[in-house]
Ligand binder design. Sequence first.
Ligand SMILES: Nc1nc2c(ncn2[C@@H]2O[C@H](COP(=O)(O)OP(=O)(O)OP(=O)(O)O)[C@@H](O)[C@H]2O)c(=O)[nH]1
Length: 535
Amino acid sequence: MVLNELGNKINNVLQSLSKEPVIDKRVLDAMLKDISAALLSSDVNVKLVLKLRENIKKTVDLDKLAAGINKNKIIQNAVFDELCKLVDPGVEVWQPKKKKQNVIMTVGLQGSGKTTSCTKLASYFHRRGWKTALVCADTFRAGAFDQLKQNAAKAHIPYYGSYEESDPVQIATEGVAKFKEKNFEIIIVDTSGRHKQESQLFDEMKQIYDNVNPDNVIFVLDGTIGQAAELQAQAFKESIDVGSIILTKMDGHAKGGGAISAVAATKSPILFIGTGEHIHDLEKFSSRSFISKMLGMGDLSGLVETVQTLQLEDSQDLMKNISQGVFTLKDMRDQFEMINKMGPLNKIAGMLPGIPPEVLQGLGEEDGKNHMKQFMCIFDSMNEQELYSDGKIFEKEPTRIVRVARGSGTNKLMVESMLSKHKAFGQIVKKMGGNKGLLKGLSPDLMNSMGGMGGMDPSNMSPSQLARMQQQMSKMMPPQMMQSLNSGGGIQQMMKQFMGGMGGMGGMGDMGGMGGMGDMGAMQDMFSKMMGRNR
Ligand SMILES: Nc1nc2c(ncn2[C@@H]2O[C@H](COP(=O)(O)OP(=O)(O)OP(=O)(O)O)[C@@H](O)[C@H]2O)c(=O)[nH]1
């Protein structure tokens, strides 16, 4: 989670307002002083901080506010809006066009994270159904091609590069031509970096640019340099037609706030931020989503975007079954597939409002992925009759379990564990199905706001609307789940149980109070139902 510490500090300051018996000029000044100190400690430029302070003072004119008005809320809204302005470059970001050949060229200094960001970016588009390929034109750093090759292979993305050819221009030109010929929609070219901005780097960049004629040049910038990002962004913008920016290494770095605000001040469109070394650690940047997430208010627009990309039309049957309280093993397989496509659970849960960012830290993705793979093998070793059943067939004829275990390369205990989880999950679906569905608790205006994807844009919601949405969402979740979410370690525990317990031999025992997997099902069901209503 990005900029946790800054978010916590600002949150604490805002929360302390509610403890004040009277909100007067003294209280407001003290609050502004604390917020400014928090921003300065995150390396935000002092001039920008002063401006933010002045703007809040102008918006919150205590003398003019009528008696009875909730000053606390007005201050909170003003702070939220000004924080958004601080990181908002105010420019449209580039969007690739479907069924066209979009060539993206990345540029940046050595070590800024270009190669890593190229594969993250390729995986981002690949997961969203774009035909994506990578070209490694970084011949300056010896290991760059191997790095790209390994990551691309892991993410199943075609790549082009050469160990023999030393001319990056030739490699880039050949690679782009090859993938264009095969109608790839997104072709990402990784280029070399240098330790500093020097003419050799800029010359090479320009030659590649002239030859591959990219649709978008992405400048990859190391966010840990803080305010210095402004000068670097300016220098690259002046020498090449930079279309977007990826700010990397934003994971928990104290200077991250400084880098984003500095880049935003240059009016450069920030496309993504890098939040770790893994392939999924790339977040689409939107100022309101970013601030909302930083303050622990979730990122519903990010969540909607993620769910939107899952092509849920494939799971029409699942939707139909769930709404009727039916849950087959095939439905469970579909759910797992969906979770897989969404990315690591900690990323998804981080987008939900009301989940404190710190409780999501340290949730590994590898174990869960491995368990998920084993489960998929189990499903794929079932015949149609078994897969489309409610699982009771295995209770009646236990030899089937032995056959499936053998076929999937797992063991009997694992298949039994999966079946009992399916049973527990199925009972929850049964309870939620039909007229008693989770969405029953939703108010009509919220449903309206979900009416179309464009309509439901929490990034345009005020903090109070978001709070209301959060309240509504809490109605959608089973009380035990909400309780767990709110009690700090709860969700971590829940996720660990979910991921660990999936292949887990002893996992079932822990499922008692929380409903374990059933709760994740509720979360998935909730996403699915949202989507169901939207179509
Ligand atoms: N924590 C963190 N590390 C990152 C991120 N992006 C990249 N890195 C790390 O930064 C280091 C440099 O990344 P590379 O992708 O090799 O950088 P590069 O710009 O391609 O470097 P050159 O090819 O030498 O120009 C690697 O150790 C990456 O794992 C990020 O978002 N967060």
